[in-house]
Design a protein. Sequence first.
Lengths: 433, 252
Amino acid sequence: MLMTDDSAPFRDTFDQLLATVAEPAWLTTRRRAEMDRFALLGFPTRRQEAWRFTDLEPLIAAPPLPAHPLPAAGGDDGPAPASLAPWLLPVPTHRLVLVDGRFAPALSAGGALPAGVWLASAAETLRRRPDMLERAFGEGEEAFAALNAALFTDGVVLALEPGVVLETPVEIIHHTRSAAHARLHIALGAGAQAMVVETAIGTGTGWSNTVGVITLGAGATLTHLHIQAEDPAACHTTAVRAVLADQARYETCTLITGGRLSRRDVAVTLAGDGAQFRLHGAYLLDGGQEATLSVRANHLGLGCRTEEVVKGVLAGASHGVFLGTVAVAPSADGTDARQLNRNLLLSPQARVDTKPELEILADDVKCSHGATVGSLDEASLFYLQARGIDPDAARRMLVEAFAVDAIDAAGLPDALAALARRHLRRWLDGGAS
Amino acid sequence: MSKLLEIRGLRARIANGREVLKGIDLDVAAGEVHAIMGPNGAGKSTLSSVLAGKPGYEVTGGTVRYLGQDLLAMPADERAREGVFLAFQYPVEIPGVNNMYFLRAALNAGRRQRGQAELDAQQFLKAVRDRLKLLDIGDDLLRRAVNVGFSGGEKKRNEIFQMAMLEPKLAILDETDSGLDIDALRAVSDGVNRLRDPARAIVMITHYQRLLDYIVPDRVHVLADGRIVASGDKTFAAELERTGYAYLGDAA
């Protein structure tokens, strides 16, 4: 029978993958199931509410495929190490670089790990601790996550035993030129703490499709900075799923500046009581770029908090989308949730769609949500010019002030905040006015 | 004395609106302080806006020469870099832009224009401290975003502080006294007085004679219905205080 569903372009890659990797039987079974699931679901369409504003055509028309045959680990001609320098944290880190979704040891610098910390590539984890990986696959994935589970070749696994505080940040660089289906698994035991910085870069018309699976034990804290700075011709899709136990904190900041088409889905379940989820971030777009940031907070526990502040800066003919849902279950009394999405349109061709929503089934909750769309304030522009600052510099100053707030409010540790600000300035210098 | 500012027959209107300035003639020399007074709606703020290059106004006639150059042909930022300073009636709050960062950018923009080397962070800080001392104001304003959370008095002081830093040749003070209590008025006036300089002209626009008790002008002009209808020396202000603007309505 001839298959003509959306999985068709991936079937050859999939078959070659299964033929070349030596994996446990459960994983092969899982991959087949996920491929079938993707075949069943197909790419999302605009008829689906969550995808109404996202134009996937550039991706669907010719989805980039992983390079084949897979290069031997370590034998890859990855990017020049110097080209990564601008993206690195200004402090010592545990660094793992993934090139086209595969761990590149030559570019990485794991460093010595304290006791109680597991940090390794997904491939190595599969060899040594397959149980860790097996736990992190879910049922009923969405289309992109299903495709990732079917095709993934590598990724990063970070696991902290209870009470372990990893002081040194974990730095993950995704460098993509063709296609990458990487997995990021983070599991923090009760009271554990970690900082993770993920930076997605690359060259050409690649496609990075990453899945992140995060579980935080009671009282654990994860700080997670995500910088998406892909090539302007690239496609980028990520799905992050986090589950928080009692008093756990997930603090994340996301900066989206790259890609022709970009979509980041963050779904956080505040399962325990008193858990906290804070998401700050900005999408900064120009030319014909489109980016969607979709955030869902599922409140199940008592007295949990969600705080989201997302800024959008849209220049050229770019298109930004913010979808934010806070869902409060009947059990989740004492929920305190705030969502704010503010957008700055810098050109008449730029567009934004914003949709913060609440689904409240509990009685005792405090929820607010808001969205604004505006242009640069003329009075502020004139004030700056009246002091001798030229119009381009004045606009840059106001755009930076608008966007940097998303970084400042995130309350990141200094080194992470510095990296985020550096990236914001790079974007401001690179272009939009 | 050489004329710093020469305004001849200046006519202007609010964009697509009514004509507000109906033929202004005014000469200001370096070192002089001029006060322009007049009733509400006379065109005082329009005059300062047009001189500073604020968008939303159309010049429909006349000329303005500043140091011999055609001021109206320059964009607002260039006027500022050439030494024209407008102290705003309502200084704008700019969240997220630090006062020091902003001021250093402004100062160095002017220095670049004049072919001077930019001030580095240390040199800039020294200049800031010198001016704070001169004006006798604390440094707490500097750590905040531009005018954000400032009281009315603090905003006006910040304007004068900026003037001290940017060292303009022509300072236009637009209703700098409005909204100030007596202590704040005194503090702001003291600042302006310390910035009087033989090389600098100051044009004060005000509704109230009160300001002129603190900053004593060389010349006083009355603006009514878009024209300067009367001018005199500093004693003229006191006369106006007694008689009001009413009789000038007839004169206009």
